[in-house]
Design a binder for this molecule. Sequence first.
Ligand code: G3P
Length: 214
Amino acid sequence: MKFFLDTANIDEIKDAHSMGMVDGVTTNPSLIAREGREFEEVIKEICAIVDGPISAEVISTDTEGMLKEARHLAALHKNIVVKIPMTVDGIKATCQLTKEGIKTNVTLVFSPLQALMAAKAGATYVSPFLGRLDDLSQDGLQLIEQIVDMYANYAYETEIIVASVRNPLHVLESAMMGADIATIPYSVLAKFASHPLTDKGLKAFLDDWNKAQA
Ligand code: G3P
C-alpha cells in the first residue's frame, strides 16, 4: 500500500518523509488555508521535499475555470496531480485533462457510482472520503470495498486513494481490502509505529542487559 500524507504542513511532511513513509502528498483548500501561506509557494516547497504525486486542488467550480487552473498547476512541477471535485463540471474537466495527459485526482467522492464515473473519465486517482461517511454513521469502509471490487471487475487503472482517514484501523481495513493508497493525517501515521508491548519489551531487554553489565 502506498502512504500519502494528507497535509500542507511542511514540518509534518519533513518528519514523515524522514521515516521513509511518504510516497506522495495530498492537499485541499482547507489544508492549504490552515497554513496561512501562498498556495503555489507551499505546493512548490512540498514538491521539493517529496518525489512523488502531489495533489493540488482547483478552486473553480465550472469546467473552463477548472481546466485553466489545472493546466497552470500541472505546469508548476512534473509531480503535480490536479484535484478535481466530483461534480458534472468536474467530470467534464477530468475527461478533457485525461486527453491532455494531465494527471487528476477526483475528490469528494462519497458513492460507488461517483467513483465509477471518475474511472470512466480516466482519472489517475479517485479519493473516496471514508471518515466523513463514518462521521454520519454511514459505512465508509463499505464504499472502499465496493470501489475496489468494481475497479477490479473492469481492470480500471484509476488508483484508489482512501481519504478522510480518522484512525489506524481505517488504513488497516483499507489495506486488507486492497486499496492502492491511503492518504493519512500526520497525527494518525504517528500512531502506527508504537505499541505498549514493544516499549515494555525494549525496556526489559535494556534492563536485563544493564543488570548483566553491573
Ligand atoms: O484531503 C482530503 C481528505 O483526506 C480530507 O478529509 O475529512 O479529514 O477533511 P477530512
